[in-house]
Write a protein that binds this ligand. Structure first.
Ligand code: SF4
Ligand code: SF4
Length: 147
């Protein structure tokens, strides 16, 4: 490991600065997809987006207040990431926590935020807002099983 190696190859999540931590997010929006949990504990992904997700930018429209406005919005920390089995296996936080490298398409490697879209990882253009669907109809939008 050389002194010039990037932080995401040399530091653990707990060692990262705030800005390093924030830069790890590739902006894919996958963790802002509505998940449904059934009584048997199974978890299902839908094609619905959290109502706060800006579908054009695929970014949270009120990041600073997200936990107040959406109580179910996960609090991602070095301690909690290992307990979130539903987090996408492409998520940089999950990858680093599991001792893996960032993929070639990650914006920190490419220097281009759009590389996450070009790689087909972003949810851009694939979701509709949960605000447009009655809660009783959410199951109609299930796409696949997560857990
Ligand atoms: S899944 Fe991970 S990398 Fe993608 S938006 Fe969520 S926190 Fe960021
Ligand atoms: S509140 Fe924001 S960060 Fe949290 S799930 Fe919704 S869009 Fe994503």
């Amino acid at each position: 490991m050389a002194p010039t190696d990037p932080f995401y190859e040399t530091k653990t999540l707990a060692q990262m600065t705030r800005s390093e931590w924030e830069s790890l997010c590739d902006g894919c929006g996958r963790c802002c997809t509505l998940l449904l949990e059934e009584d048997d504990g199974s978890v299902w992904r839908t094609s619905l987006a959290c109502r706060l997700l800006d579908l054009k930018t695929v970014r949270c429209s009120d990041y600073a207040n997200r936990h107040t406005k959406v109580p179910g919005c996960v609090r991602l920390t070095p301690e909690t990431i290992g307990q979130l089995g539903w987090m996408p296996d492409t998520c940089a936080y999950r990858l680093i926590a599991e001792g893996k490298s960032l993929p070639e398409w990650h914006p920190l490697r490419t220097g281009d935020p759009a590389s996450v879209i070009a790689a087909g990882i972003s949810v851009k253009g694939t979701l509709i807002s949960e605000a447009l669907v009655d809660e009783a109809d959410q199951e109609d939008h299930i796409t696949d099983r997560v857990l």
